[in-house]
Design a protein around this ligand. Structure first.
Ligand code: MG
Length: 386
């Protein structure tokens, strides 16, 4: 597979430092978006890139191998953060594309956090990675649309990042690519400022990968450039024969003769009728008891979350609801999302659950004390708000 790539990173229009890092070389492309004070974000994103590069030096062949390499990078960042107190709590997102050696034009995409890998094919832009972010969870639950997620006040809360904990869950996706395909890896600085439709429009106007990457960053900066922006563009050039999707089933199964069904035995009408009544009675009983069980389950818990006005509320039910049982507000508070410390913000954003209403109340009264007494509070959270 023959590839041509281009890449660029930019500090943006507002920030003083660029905490993004990237790698673009034959068969390996990485974008990492670091976070943490005292330059720690830069350390984390750079460590992610260099560790993945080192792990991939002999090629990446399987999803498990790619996952292990990203996990090694996680360990490297986590260990470094323990060794140096100024780097405590540092982390980074990572999106990486490895081209798998072999006859098949296959790529693997590893992802942790909210940097993205897109595929641009025949004028259509699709996301190959799935964000680990609070707003993505709201999108998954159907509460907001992807376009609303892009401008949501909590869009920068990531629910997974590298280096925060000893182990991280790494998503790895496998895709076949074709001639003419274009891959775009980017940090959230691009997607927060430029809609997918506008990214698509820029891609349609530029062919050269370096020109495209630079044009995308220029648009992000023109729209505000409130974050660092990094873009890697990879064009698939070679004339690759159309990929053949292998069937899921065992191909030898075609050799096995399918046994013919036994001839139907006609039943007498009365027996059929009794059978039908019995069948529907049992089915109705099963469905009704199922509905009751689901109803009891759906209303059994309590959790905290943000209401429509961004205030904290205690809800009765299950986050996101169960079937047609939607959670209802149990207790409304005056606590606003803006005044919450980061660890509490994460608890609320992630809908921390409780077994009773009084347990949730107790938690919130502690939160109020924590806010009042903020100076003497030491945070030990693993919150990742960028
Ligand atoms: Mg960013």
């Amino acid at each position: 597979m023959k590839l041509k790539w281009g890449a660029t990173t930019d500090v943006g229009m507002v920030r003083q430092q660029n905490e993004d890092a990237f790698l673009a070389e034959e068969n390996l492309y990485v974008v990492a978006d670091g976070m943490g004070g005292h330059n720690a974000g830069e350390v984390a994103s750079e460590l992610a890139v260099t560790t993945v590069k080192a792990g991939a030096r002999n090629g990446i062949f399987t999803t498990d191998q790619f996952r292990d390499i990203v996990q090694q990078a996680n360990t490297a960042i986590y260990t470094a953060s323990l060794d140096d107190s100024t780097q405590s709590g540092m982390g980074t997102t990572l999106t990486a594309v490895a081209v798998v050696p072999g006859e098949e034009p296959r790529i693997l995409i590893a992802n942790v956090g909210d940097s993205r890998t897109y595929l641009y094919r025949q004028g259509a832009l699709t996301r190959l990675s799935v964000d680990h972010s609070y707003v993505q969870e709201l999108v998954n639950e159907g509460i907001i649309t992807p376009e609303e997620a892009r401008v949501h006040p909590r869009r920068n809360i990531v629910t997974r990042a590298m280096g925060i904990e000893r182990y991280v869950a790494v998503d790895v996706f496998s895709h076949l690519v074709r001639t003419g395909d274009r891959l775009i890896l980017c940090s959230d600085g691009l997607v927060d400022e430029v809609s997918d439709a506008d990214i698509s429009a820029v891609l349609s106007q530029h062919t050269d990968p370096q020109d495209t990457a630079e044009a995308l960053v220029m648009v992000a900066n023109a729209n505000g450039g409130r974050d660092n922006t990094t873009v890697v563009v990879v064009n698939v050039l070679d004339d690759i024969s159309e990929p053949v999707e292998l069937p899921e089933s065992d191909p030898t199964s075609e050799m096995t003769a399918v046994p013919s069904a036994p001839p139907a035995v006609p039943l007498r009408k009365k027996k059929r009728y009794v059978g039908a009544v019995l069948f529907w009675s049992v089915l109705t009983a099963i469905v009704l008891s199922g509905v009751t069980i689901i109803g009891v389950y759906a209303r059994s818990g309590y959790f905290i979350g943000f209401d429509n006005t961004d205030n904290v509320a205690v809800y009765r039910g299950r986050p996101g609801g169960v079937l047609w049982f939607q959670p209802t507000i149990d207790t409304q508070t005056e606590l606003s999302g803006d005044e919450l410390p980061e660890d509490i913000l994460r608890d609320v954003a992630m809908n921390l659950t409780f077994t009773s209403s009084s347990q949730a109340q107790k938690y919130l009264s502690l939160v109020k004390i924590a806010i009042i007494d903020a100076t003497s509070t030491t945070s030990t959270s693993t919150t990742v708000a960028k």
